[in-house]
Design a protein around this ligand. Structure first.
Ligand code: ADP
Length: 350
């Protein structure tokens, strides 16, 4: 914009200069006529032209002075602007260099973290592997000792053994969870899909946890279709783990004397599993993190001290692998309902 204005001024400068030259030429012509003709009116004409010439020259000079002053101002502000821009560019280059350096540092830190994570996973995997065999042995010994066929025990001994059995079962479960998660993250968690019914798997999961529920005086109702269920393509062992995990959680997070309703049904091309409990529920603000690794809700930590927060993470991964869905409806202090649906047709092949 400024350049256009200046260009206009330059043009008017040359215009005035041209006018001055024309006027000077005119003066000369009229002076000549006056001197020759000695005509008084020619003299006045010449005088008028002289005045006009002076006016034009003065205006031209004034315009020229203004033009130079504007030009100087423009050049000064351009210099200041250039300096400002160049220091901004320098600053920008400095920031870019810093960003590149940070980026490199971040990439290095990420690589280091990935290495540490891999080392940690290796360590957990090795430790869990080493622990699993002796722990399974100890658990087996407890089971054998608690079996009346092994010999009679007094009430105190029975109580001590039962406590030991519960503790060792928790530890074996923890070790198994850790192993499963490390296998999953290393891509070594293998699925074996085959067509089978979920019904016997569900019955086994219920039977396996009935005693635990009885001990807490929790009533465990189960509703299964009398006509059976269609075979679906699935990993039976992993689906057994899913059901055991959800029912076990319902027992763990339901106070003594509570109620759990388990049902399995077939609905519009889906196998639907519902586990409803009258337990502590899940705080609304924490529901979004339910299926993330190591998550334990605040209200759960006080109720059940031993927990890894790995069960639901694994459950979700297994359900995903079967193209299924898991949803939770829960109200803190009132209870939770876990709903799992597995499509009859679209379960992935191994
Ligand atoms: P863990 O039970 O070992 O803590 P999970 O992954 O099985 O780990 O569960 C994660 C968390 O989800 C639990 O710690 C608890 O806060 C919450 N949760 C799961 N099931 C229930 C349930 N039936 N009722 C209330 N909270 C539950």
């Amino acid at each position: 914009m400024e350049e256009i204005k200046n260009f206009g001024k330059v043009k008017s400068f040359w215009f005035f200069q041209a006018m001055a030259v024309i006027a000077a030429a005119g003066l000369a012509v009229f002076n000549f006529i006056y001197l020759r003709a000695e005509n008084i009116s020619a003299f006045f004409v010449s005088l008028a032209i002289n005045i006009l010439l002076v006016f034009i020259l003065a205006t031209g000079a004034w315009r020229l002075a203004r033009l130079f002053s504007d030009f100087k101002k423009g050049r000064d502000s351009l210099d200041t602007e250039t300096q400002k821009k160049s220091s901004e560019i320098q600053e920008f280059e400095k920031i870019t260099r810093q960003l590149v350096r940070r980026d490199l540092e971040l990439a290095r830190a990420n690589q280091r973290l990935a290495e540490l994570d891999a080392a940690k996973s290796d360590f957990i995997s090795i430790a869990a592997h080493q622990l699993r065999t002796p722990l399974t042995g100890i658990k087996w010994s407890y089971t054998a000792l608690l079996d009346p066929k092994t010999g009679s025990l007094n009430e105190d001994q029975k109580k001590l053994l039962k406590n030991g059995f519960a503790a060792i079962t928790n530890t074996v479960n923890l070790v198994n969870d850790l192993l499963n998660v490390t296998h999953l993250e290393e891509g070594k968690y293998e699925f074996t899909f085959e067509r089978q019914s979920l019904l016997p798997i569900a019955k086994q999961a219920i039977a396996g946890l009935k005693l635990v529920a009885d001990e807490k005086k929790i009533t465990l109702f189960s509703k299964m279709p009398a006509s059976g269920l269609p075979d679906i393509n699935m990993d039976g062992e992993k689906m057994g783990l899913v059901l055991a995990n959800i029912i076990d959680n319902a027992i763990k997070y339901t106070p003594v004397g509570g109620r759990i309703d388990f049902s399995i049904s077939q609905e519009r091309g889906l196998i639907k599993i519902v586990v409803q409990d009258s337990g502590i529920g899940i705080p609304k603000s924490q529901k979004g993190r339910l299926f993330t690794k190591f998550f334990r809700a605040d209200n759960a930590v006080g109720v059940q001290t031993d927990g890894t927060g790995l069960g639901l993470y694994m459950v979700k991964k297994i359900i995903d692998r079967h193209n299924g869905k898991i949803t939770v409806d829960s109200a803190e202090g009132k209870g939770s309902t876990f709903i799992i649906t597995i499509p009859e047709q679209s379960a992935k092949k191994s």
